[in-house]
Design a protein around this ligand. Structure first.
Ligand SMILES: [Zn+2]
Length: 286
């Protein structure tokens, strides 16, 4: 026993000596390696947490109790799927991820219908990005909504503080529009948004610069209709969203926090699913 203790002490000393004499480069590399490992481990934890919650959604939806090994495997590969944002619009698969996908984005949130829309999506097991307007989260109620959306697993995006056309304000004002909202959202959710959408899709050189500085990506959309007068009615909106000529793989769908959109949401999603489309979890976009 004593001999063992001595051996351990000796071994420890040897390690310390070796550690001290190794090149700074190696140490740095080791540190890097460790932090990469940590990131991987953290990702695994995150993935398994998500697995749990997604599994819960599934079983709630289908009333299943047990999942077969095959289903577990299928779910695993779904979670590992990853995507990238292409040309600031399209969602394209990395490696073998399914390409018949769409991304749902909801702008001008959280106004009147966001929470109901979130409940509908949760029921359907579908995730989306909620692009937030800063002036809608000045109140405690607004803040609470964002917190809930984040906790429900939706991605929270930046849609500027006051929904201005960025082309019409100064460089300094543009910076403030984006950065102040980032700080506010981070205060509420603990995380800075990863995506930015300019009001009316009007990005500027300055806004692109700020977005890059803040480590975000900006995105426009491939189609949306709920702001056109003739589609401010649920069934018309449903039809056009499901049969739009712009509907293609990797499409980025724009919706808003509006009464008719809220009403049409469930059918839009299920009918697109019936067409074979899967909705991307924004967290899977790199
Ligand atoms: Zn907007």
């Amino acid at each position: 026993m004593l001999l063992m203790k001595r051996t351990i002490v000796f071994m420890a000393l040897v390690f310390i000596v070796i550690g001290c004499t190794s090149e700074p480069n190696e140490v740095a590399e080791q540190e890097q390696f460790t932090s990469q490992q940590q990131i991987q481990q953290e990702n695994q934890v995150f993935t398994s947490e998500r697995n749990k919650s997604e599994g819960k959604w599934d079983s709630e939806k289908n009333g299943r109790k047990e999942k077969t090994a095959e289903e577990e495997e299928e779910e695993e590969s779904e979670v590992e799927a990853s995507y990238e944002l292409n040309e600031n619009i399209w969602i394209t698969p990395i490696d073998n991820a399914n390409e018949k996908v769409l991304l749902l984005t909801i702008d001008d949130t959280p106004h009147q219908y966001s929470m109901e829309m979130a409940d509908t999506l949760k029921e359907l097991g579908v995730r989306a990005i909620f692009f937030v307007n800063g002036d809608l989260i000045q109140s405690e109620e607004g803040k609470e909504k964002i917190k809930q959306l984040d906790e429900m697993g939706f991605e929270i995006g930046n849609h500027t503080m006051s929904h201005v056309n960025l082309n019409e304000i100064s460089a300094e004002e543009q910076r403030a529009e984006i950065k102040e909202l980032n700080a506010l959202i981070e205060e509420i959710t603990g995380q800075q948004p990863r995506f930015f959408r300019a009001p009316y899709g009007k990005n500027t050189d300055i806004s692109k610069e700020v977005v890059q500085e803040e480590g975000m990506q900006w995105m426009n959309w491939s189609y949306g209709y709920d702001y056109f007068t003739e589609y401010r009615e649920a069934s018309a909106l449903e039809e056009v969203m499901v049969n739009a000529p712009e509907l293609t793989d990797g499409g980025n769908l724009l919706l808003h926090d509006r009464e008719w959109t809220n009403k049409a949401l469930k059918n839009i999603v299920t009918r697109l699913q019936d067409k074979g489309y899967q909705f991307v979890d924004p967290h899977d976009i790199r």
